[in-house]
Design a protein around this ligand. Structure first.
Ligand code: CU
Length: 171
């Protein structure tokens, strides 16, 4: 019996995986990289006052077989628009800025009060109007969606509670 290891490039399993990856790359439509396979639904902002950042919420759906990574957001209605996440530790909540938000392959990710949200730092919007938000993904894909602006009570069915203290409002 000889002990000659199989060179990695000729390993049958790896070779099959490489061919499969090539096949998938060839199957991808030409426009997929530019527009991105991610769709946005149910986008909304909770607007309180011009001096208070507005939280933005939405559902992202990735129809492709590869994970997508959200890396940024912008809106003419926001000044800067940041990616945030609310974290709960020992009974207190705090917000942290995140650089990347992964959207799983053939999966859905919700931005909702108490979790991921967009943070509109200088809101220039009013309840009942819609404002555009452009999302940027790793690889350069961009998606623009319309967000509906709600007041303090938030979108119907959202986790926002009407009448609560604004300073304690959950982002
Ligand atoms: Cu925030």
């Amino acid at each position: 019996m000889t002990h000659r290891p199989t060179p990695p490039s000729f390993h049958p399993t790896r070779r099959r995986a490489a061919l499969l990856a090539l096949g998938l790359a060839l199957l991808a439509p030409a426009g997929a990289r530019a527009a991105g396979p991610v769709t946005v639904s149910g986008g909304w902002f909770r607007y309180l006052l011009a001096s208070i950042p507005s939280g933005g919420y939405m559902t992202l759906h990735n129809a492709s077989a590869t994970p997508a990574v959200l890396t940024g957001a912008s809106s003419p209605a926001c000044g800067s628009l940041m990616l945030h996440r609310t974290e709960s530790r020992g009974g207190t909540e705090r917000m942290v800025a995140v650089a990347k938000v992964p959207v799983p392959a053939r999966g859905t990710l919700r931005f909702a009060p108490g979790g991921y949200h967009l943070m509109c730092m200088q809101p220039r919007m009013h309840p009942h109007e819609t404002v555009p938000v452009t999302l940027t993904f790793e690889g350069g894909g961009r998606v623009t969606a319309s967000f509906t602006v709600f007041g303090a009570s938030g979108a119907p069915g959202s986790a926002a509670k009407p009448g609560t203290d604004m300073r304690k409002m959950r982002m």
